[in-house]
Structure formats: C-alpha cells, structure tokens
Design a protein around this ligand. Structure first.
Ligand SMILES: Nc1ncnc2c1ncn2[C@@H]1O[C@H](COP(=O)(O)OP(=O)(O)OP(=O)(O)O)[C@@H](O)[C@H]1O
Ligand SMILES: [Mg+2]
Length: 295
C-alpha cells in the first residue's frame, strides 16, 4: 500500500517537474517568439527579438532579430524614397501651375507660345523623374545575350549628343574589332548614357573608350571636370545623392544596379590614372562570352 502511494506521489512529482521544465524551457520561449513574429507581421518593428539562450531556440531568436532589422531597414529606405519622389515631383508641378496660369493671362501670342513651351518642359521633367524612378524600382532580372558593346556605346553617344545640343563633342575611341560580351543591350546603353550625361554636365571634353581586359570588356567615360573626391566615391552610387538642382540622383544608382544585374560592375577613379582626361573616369565591366556566339 505504502509503496504504491509513494510510487504514485513520485510519479506525480516527476510529471509536475517535467511539465514545468517543458513549459519554461520550450513552450514559454516559443510563445514569446510567436508573439514577436506577430508584431513583425503587423508592422511594429521597433521591439528587438531577444531570448538569452545558447540553444536552437536562441539561434531562431537571433535569426528573427536579423529579419526584423532587415525589414526595418527596407521599410526606412522605402519611406525615404517615397518622400524623395514626392519632393521631386513637387518642383515641376509648381512650374506647371505657374506657367499655365501665366499663359491663360497673357494676350500676346508669342508670349503664350513661350509659356506653353515651358509647360511642356515641366511635363518632360515629370516624365523623366517617373521613368528614372521606375527604372530604379523595377525588378532586376534582365535578359542577356551576346552583344557587341560598341553598338550600345554608339547609340548612347548619339542620344547624349542630341539631348545636349550641337556644341558637345564626345570623343569616341573604340577598337576596330568587336567587343562581344554577355549583356543586355538596352541596359548597357542606359549605363553609358547616364555616365555620358554626368560627364557632359561637368566637362566640355568627354571621351568614351574601352577594350577587352582580361576576361571582361571594359568601357570607360573620362572627363576633364573636377573629378570625384575619395570620400565621395562610395556615396555617389547611392540613390538620391546629387549636387544638381534638377537631378534626382538616381543615374549612378541605376548604373550600379544594372551592372550588377548583368554580373558586371561599375567603378570610379581619376581620369589622370589612365591619361584620358583630367577629371573623373567611370568604368563599367562586362563578363565576356565563354564561347563565340553561333551566327
Ligand atoms: N563625371 C563626374 N564628375 C564629377 N562628379 C560626378 C560625375 N558623375 C557623377 N558625379 C557626382 O555624383 C552625383 C550623383 O550622380 P547621379 O548620376 O547618380 O545623379 P545626378 O546626375 O545628380 O542626377 P540624375 O542622374 O538622376 O539626373 C552627381 O550629382 C555628382 O555630384
Ligand atoms: Mg546623372
């Protein structure tokens, strides 16, 4: 009888102990993690996920904490971007309103035509902001094919020359042999065009050149402008970094993103290092094809 009683008491005690152990060591921390996940899901991102444990649950908590920080960071970037876009759009909208009102008020035909021209300019500025922004926000997968990179360079030079008017001369120094690489020709053209536009904004003399370099094709845009100081060289590739009144600061961010999407890269250095110019030199590198393309 006694033995049985002791036995059951012992068993009961064991069960209580085990239950307490499981509750404090497994159920309770899991509950905390579930609540933390719920907070993240609802967008309350300011409370850190913490469990001071060294075991698997601790590792899970650490992973969740990294996830929370990542989501928070992207959230902030997005907010910043939205604020920036709203700000960028406000300028041309203000201009539109002003010029349209003045065009309504004026009796004189010539003046009206001029004002409507300004209205059109502001509409084009709006369009450009939206296009740039979409280009930046769009997903990064690109279709790649065998491209002779001299072609997008020539296209970009033509576009840059037309946009800037006739008094710009871009010195094009490309080899007679083809520069075959694995690339997306539209993105490659846009990259070179962005670099040309930046260079033309600071310099009268701009050179675009390039060649095969190791296992890559290198294209460079060199200018005689002020160059880019060392401490700015990383920053200028971030979105919305600009010193221009009418620039969104997206040009180089788009170039960087596009080059990375094509398994290439972009870098900035001093043009004097290569002796082509005295200002900045921006280089883009593309991977070459392993095999020659079949005709
Ligand atoms: N060739 C260059 N020489 C000197 N500084 C440059 C050159 N290219 C870019 N920069 C600097 O880097 C900044 C960022 O360039 P980015 O092309 O990203 O934006 P942006 O030209 O200012 O505006 P956007 O290209 O959106 O019209 C420029 O505002 C300028 O300060
Ligand atoms: Mg630019």
């Amino acid at each position: 009888q006694r033995g049985l009683l002791f036995g059951s008491l012992f068993g009961l005690g064991l069960a209580v102990l085990l239950g307490t152990f499981l509750a404090t060591n497994i159920a309770y921390p899991i509950d905390r993690l579930v609540r933390a996940a719920g907070r993240i899901q609802r967008g309350y991102l300011d409370r850190p996920v913490r469990l001071d444990r060294e075991d698997e649950l601790g590792r899970l908590a650490d992973a969740m904490e990294r996830m929370r920080r990542g989501v928070l960071e992207r959230d902030e970037q997005l907010r910043l971007m939205l604020a920036q876009v709203a700000h960028e759009i406000r300028n041309p909208l203000g201009g539109l309103e002003l010029f349209a009102a003045a065009a309504i008020d004026t009796e004189e035909r010539g003046e009206r035509a001029r004002l409507i021209g300004r209205v059109r300019g502001e509409v084009q500025a709006l369009n450009r902001i939206i296009n740039d922004f979409l280009a930046f926000a769009r997903p990064t997968t690109v279709e790649m094919s065998a491209v002779d990179l001299r072609v997008p360079v020539w296209d970009a030079v033509e576009l840059a020359t037309n946009r800037q008017g006739e008094d710009v001369a871009i010195d094009v120094r490309l080899p007679d042999h083809s520069l075959m690489a694995l690339a997306n020709d539209e993105r490659a053209k846009r990259a070179v065009l962005n670099l040309l536009q930046n260079a033309l904004a600071v310099s009268d003399r701009v050179t675009v050149w390039g060649d095969r370099e190791g296992g890559q094709v290198m294209l460079a845009v060199s200018d005689d402008g002020p160059g880019v100081p060392d401490d700015q060289r990383k920053r200028i590739f971030d979105p919305f970094v600009t010193d221009k009144e009418k620039g969104a600061g997206l040009g180089l961010a788009i170039v960087k993103r596009d080059m990375e999407a094509m398994d290439g890269r972009v870098e900035v250095r001093s043009a004097s290092e290569s002796g082509v110019g005295t200002g900045a030199e921006f280089r883009v590198y593309f991977p070459v094809l392993d095999e020659p393309p079949t005709p």
